[in-house]
Design a protein around this ligand. Sequence first.
Ligand code: SF4
Length: 382
Amino acid sequence: MFSNSQSLCHNAAMTDYKASAPNHEQSQLPGLTPDQLKRLMQDWGKPAFRAKQITDWCNKGILNPTEMSNISNDVRQKLNNELLCEPLKLVRRECSSDGTRKYVFALKRGRFAGKMVESVFIPEPRRGTVCISSQVGCVLDCPFCHTGTQDFEANLTAGEIMAQILAIKADLRAEPIATSEALHNDVTHIVYMGMGEPMANETAVHESISLLMCSDGLNISRRRITVSSSGLTPQIQRLGELHPVNLAISLHSAIDAKRDTLVPINRKHKLQELRSCLNAYPVGKQRHITLEYVLLDGANDQNDDLQALIQFVNPERERINLIQFNTFPGSPYCGTSKQDMKVFAQHLISKGIRATIRRSRGDDIMAACGQLKAATKLNNKQ
Ligand code: SF4
């Protein structure tokens, strides 16, 4: 299924730009590889350097052909007529007091036009991380997750995944973040942790990773890309084979009976299967798999939960990221207190396990972990 996608960037067999749009009504400019753009220019009888010029604009986050000042008028017009150049419309941007920005985008393609996704930019002094969505809603129903309360509506295309990142790059150039702290104002890291289960939209996620890593494109190292999954083990195995990027797992319990409820995909792929999958996932030197664990008062923060987690984790290859629960309207859970979170972390550390408590960012704008949900759907399924 993915035999070509690993080398999408350079593989001549994949240069048919029309073939890149399996479920698009129209090819999308940010979903085209530089090679596909070259082929397109060739088909239009235009010189190859035009493709490089267009790629350079895209890399800056400029997708509107009318803003591509060094491109001839007829090429701009053809781009406008034949491609969906800007597959997302920015609907709203919210800025947190800590510099985090949440973006709400509307899709433009066909019957999905108007559906919303959210993305978050998290600036730190030395890095700028974009948390991107891969689906509108989610196919899974993790009850502690705000996105999980929204119906699944669409898989995003690779172009729509890329367009989130490019729009944020353009926004940061146009209006850098101004806070008292010196924060990074460009995109250096990508995490697939927004709305949706990335491994349930496998083809588009692989295509977008190829685009991110492409040397003529954004050229982002796989060490700076993280895919988070709730545990779709066959897909995770393929990710390791084709694009061994950083892996994060939404674990949230190491007890099958509890995880069946908290992360319902566990009913299909049990912890033992997940364990084998993680053992086989390629982890390079100085790298590790992150096990995400949101601490829920009384639900997964008791002594039996702690002991099961200690038994499950492989301290040589994995670290635990303890997450403060961010509440949302209608949530059935309460978060563990900060004091109890520290005690939980200390127990893990005392067993030689790397455990950190993730600093929550953007919770004043509902941009923190597990809080993303398209605002237009707030009242539909709570
Ligand atoms: S935690 Fe992830 S997989 Fe589970 S419902 Fe939320 S977005 Fe979907």
